[in-house]
Design a binder for this molecule. Structure first.
Ligand code: MTE
Ligand code: MO
Length: 426
């Protein structure tokens, strides 16, 4: 096995032998520290005065001590911040729901400010009745709730050629997972009427946003009528401006580019439009120079979020929580395995809750770390039986010309110091 990190190949090391320990046996972590601790023996300022009144913070932000849990961009990645991307701090989050305030953003012409009163949604093309809805109109249709991940097709795209970015936030942070509330797209299409469209099997919709880029995409009618929603709310509150306020399209399991923000038009068509976003972009060039198109589904993928380069082990050996996220655009995650020796041996991780369709799943592996280095990996399996591929397996099929749809197994080299680096094993 060789390990490469930014071109270099650290020599092979001894690998961790320790087996996973039952959670019950880990209860002693740090317990006997109290004796003589001034935080225990002395009265502290927060216990001897008043805290803030309830009128101080009508809408709250995270406490100042958490100020590094923020979206970050990578300056050299794009020419400016308008047509750009920032990344979710997944290394610092837990559970599965991404707070909107730190959920990554991707815009092609900046985040626009569109008031509900100025919002219009048009349906035209092969419909029985062309319609225009206001925001208030949309609110009067029966509503649905759905938790879904959105992953940009370019997530992990910089890693094709080798280990590049040192942090789960940057390698895997073009993802968020929210609970959406809105109206099923099917409801709105049926309101406009689809009898004129005839046989729906070969029909499409073309969707576009109100921003200058419009980000138009074609979606097959079958998917449009299946599980897409026109969402107004995320995690209980109105969508943030940057995520498409007041209405965005949710396309469960499919590449983020199709989740049109500030959606203004739906056209029913008898063929795909072949727009910029589905021809020159969001297609995957193979080794022989030909390109795959209509690669909509985000295949099963996972990543260890901690320990990881931005979330080193700081407590030395003993009980250690290894955790991460898994997801699949083809349905629910069924199982996640974790390797500590670069993929030679695997242990089945514990899913915090059974996998939900097209939503993030949190996994944990509770171990007794012996302090030796690890080549940490996770491998997801979804309900179709699909298993997340290694980087070598993916390159064999896709070559090195691709940007999008890199769902390979990630490796973190966790050193004896507890620090971690982005590496590749082969
Ligand atoms: N109208 C519009 N919709 C858009 C985009 C855009 O630039 N304009 N970007 C797309 C891309 S490429 C992605 S990955 C997702 C990002 O959604 P987010 O900003 O909520 O993370 O929105 C998609 N929808
Ligand atoms: Mo994207």
């Amino acid at each position: 096995m060789t390990v490469s990190f930014k071109g270099k190949s650290p020599s092979r090391r001894a690998f961790l032998k320790g087996a996973a320990t039952a959670a019950g046996a880990l209860a002693t972590a740090g317990a006997a520290r109290a004796a003589g601790d001034p935080l225990i023996t002395e009265v502290q300022p927060w216990a001897s005065g008043f805290g803030d009144g309830v009128d101080e913070t009508p809408y709250g932000l995270p406490i100042k001590f958490e100020s590094d849990v923020v979206r970050r961009n990578v300056e050299w990645l794009t020419a400016d911040t308008i047509s750009s991307i920032n990344f979710t701090p997944i290394h610092a989050l837990d559970g599965t729901i991404t707070p909107q305030g730190c959920a990554f953003e991707r815009h092609h012409s900046g985040a626009i400010e569109l008031a509900k009163e100025d919002y219009r949604l048009m349906i035209n093309g092969l419909v029985d009745r062309e319609l225009i809805f206001t925001y208030a109109d949309l609110e009067r249709f029966p509503r649905v709730n759905q938790v879904n991940f959105l992953e940009c097709a370019a997530n992990t795209g910089m890693e094709w050629a080798g280990a590049q970015l040192n942090g789960a936030q940057f390698t895997h942070g073009m993802i968020h997972n929210m609970e959406y509330s809105g109206v099923s797209l099917r409801t709105i299409l049926e309101e406009a009427g689809l009898t004129k469209a005839g046989d729906l099997k070969d029909k499409w919709i073309y969707v576009e946003g109100a921003d200058a880029s419009s980000n138009g995409r074609s979606i097959p009618m079958e998917k449009a009528l299946d599980d897409c929603i026109l969402a107004f709310k995320a995690n209980g509150e109105a969508l943030r401006k940057e995520h498409g306020y007041p209405v965005r399209l949710v396309v469960p399991g499919w590449e983020g580019n199709m989740w049109i923000k500030w959606i203004r038009r739906i056209e029913v068509t008898d063929a795909p439009v072949e727009s910029r976003e589905e021809t020159s972009k969001y297609t995957d060039t193979l080794a022989d120079g030909t390109s795959r198109k209509w690669t909509w589904v985000m295949d099963a993928k996972s990543v260890v979020t901690s320990p990881s380069p931005q979330s080193p082990i700081t407590h030395g050996k003993g009980p250690l929580v290894i955790t991460g996220l898994a997801w699949s655009g083809n349905g629910a995650i069924k199982r996640v395995d974790v390797s500590r020796d670069g993929g030679k041996t695997w242990a089945e991780a514990r899913l915090a809750a059974p996998g939900q369709k097209m939503a993030l799943t949190r996994f944990y592996l509770d171990i007794d770390w012996d302090g030796s280095e690890m080549l940490l990996q996770s491998r997801a399996m979804d309900e179709t039986g699909y298993v997340q591929p290694t980087k070598t397996q993916l390159r064999a099929v896709r070559g090195l010309n691709s940007i999008y749809h890199n769902n390979c197994i990630q490796t973190w080299w966790v050193k004896e110091s507890g620090e971690a680096e982005n590496v590749e094993v082969s």
